[in-house]
Design a protein around this ligand. Structure first.
Ligand code: UD1
Length: 421
């Protein structure tokens, strides 16, 4: 089992560059299946969720060529296969986008039920409701989802809850449908806008992405022959902003979009940190222990659940007692048990956790319970006194490109150890 050994206790200083957004990339890759031709995707994060998405597209008949570490070309002109390998799709959550994409492309799809981080129940009823409203028949059995349609017909779909995945999946399924589809109560995350921009660059007609009403006017085909650069990863940028605050460090974060992080910036200032925005870079620093703060996670533009564990680490050493209310994922507080092994005093109870700030954390063996928990525990190891051994790195590799190199560049003492099983 691989592990990180982190010798902590030093503030982080320096500059790092943010990669392309994981959550945009894992939607844009299946979206490329809709194109009758070749497209180039730039600023693609080189992470394991992206590699497995590319492998699945290749199995479906797309021709993929890596131009460099972060740029690929995809030619989907000869894709006719509609069954995605179950063992591959069950490895990550975003494989659900293959349903919308293949339904659109082939009017037929068979995909294994999506896997990914264990954050509690992760239903996809709103995705299915959308596909059915567009005219598809959907069957879920034996760990697989099958869907087919003679024709996809534009319609109005109201989402019962704000869902990132359902919003994007319905966009994918309706891009080539007859007529207009309207998604009401749509999610507004930056990667939803990015997927819509990608599809529009390829010839789609999607309006209103980034608001809660999205209109998709069906087009006959998407042509490609052009390139698209993925938006910077808002969650990766936020992870480094919180690492700066928690370590009492000073970091310049380059290649990011500061508006996507407004709610985090406000919280960091409330916690006594400093933030200066300058074009596509954010300078974050702190000269004292963080102040206590209360957090409630919400859909964008609210505080992102994907930054909850990382801010939890900063609050675990804050001056005073803080409360986090998690409104999206019921099992998102699993990391708090690991932080408590490092000396934190956190009491999770259902959707709420109380963080009684301690002066310092101490190194300990801990386990990444999911992707963002893994990033949070790296920060915890960096600010703790002594040595932390962090296990389950495959979660972290799913979503962060070169994370240990980036932290090392900022002065962290972090080493990956590859152990034979
Ligand atoms: C996406 C992100 C994930 C992030 C989450 C919330 C990707 C690949 N993943 O996940 O990192 O934590 O948004 O910002 O982009 N729900 C239902 N039925 C549905 C769909 C969702 O009840 O059909 C519920 C979920 O259980 C959850 C909430 O709605 O409580 C939001 O889920 P959703 O926005 O769909 O999350 P994902 O797209 O899975």
């Amino acid at each position: 089992m691989n592990k990180y050994i982190i010798n902590g206790g030093k503030p982080l200083y320096g500059e790092i560059e943010i990669s392309g957004a994981k959550n945009a990339a894992v939607a844009i890759l299946p979206a490329a299946l809709l194109i009758n031709g070749k497209c180039t995707i730039e600023n693609l994060p080189n992470i394991s969720d992206v590699k497995i998405s590319c492998d699945i597209l290749s199995k479906l008949g797309a021709k993929i060529e890596w131009i460099n570490n972060n740029t690929i070309t995809i030619d989907s002109s000869s894709v006719t296969e509609f069954k995605a390998p179950v063992d591959m799709t069950s490895k990550f959550r975003a494989s659900y986008y293959l349903i919308g994409a293949l339904l659109s492309r082939c009017k037929n799809v068979e995909v294994g039920l999506p896997g990914g981080c264990n954050l509690g129940a992760r239903p996809i009823d709103q995705h299915i409701k959308g596909f059915e409203a567009l005219g598809a028949t959907v069957n879920v059995s034996n760990g697989k989802i099958q869907a087919s349609a003679k024709n996809l017909q534009g319609t109005s779909i109201y989402l019962d809850m704000v869902s990132v995945g359902a919003t994007i999946n319905i966009m994918l399924a309706s891009v080539l449908a007859n007529g207009t589809t309207t998604i009401d109560n749509a999610a507004k995350e930056p990667h939803i806008v990015d997927v819509a921009n990608f599809l529009n660059t390829m010839g789609a007609d999607i309006r209103g992405a980034g608001t809660d009403v999205i209109k998709i006017n069906g087009v006959k085909e998407l042509k490609g022959n052009t390139s698209y650069s993925i938006v910077p990863d808002q969650i990766e940028a936020g992870t480094f902003m919180l690492a700066a605050i928690a370590s009492k460090g000073d970091i310049i974060i380059k290649n990011c979009i500061s508006e996507h992080l407004d709610c985090l910036t406000a919280k960091i200032i409330e916690m006594g940190g400093h933030v200066e925005e300058d074009g596509d870079q954010i300078h974050v620093w702190a000269d004292s222990r963080p102040n206590k703060a209360n957090i409630k996670t919400l859909p964008y533009p609210g505080f992102p659940t994907d930054l909850q564990p990382q801010i939890g680490v900063a609050l675990s050493i804050a001056n005073g007692t803080s409360i986090i209310n998690e409104s999206i994922w019921e099992s998102r507080f699993q990391y708090t048990n690991e932080l408590n092994k490092m000396g934190a005093k956190i009491s999770p109870q259902g959707k709420t956790a109380i963080f009684e700030g301690v002066e310092k954390l101490s190194g300990a063996p801990v386990y990444a319970t999911d992707l963002r928990a893994g990033a949070a525990l790296i920060i915890a190891g960096i600010i703790a006194e002594g040595t932390t051994e962090l296990y389950n790195l495959s979660h972290i590799d799913r979503g962060y490109e070169n994370i240990e190199e980036k932290f090392r560049k900022l002065g962290a003492n972090i080493t990956r150890v590859i152990e034979e099983d």
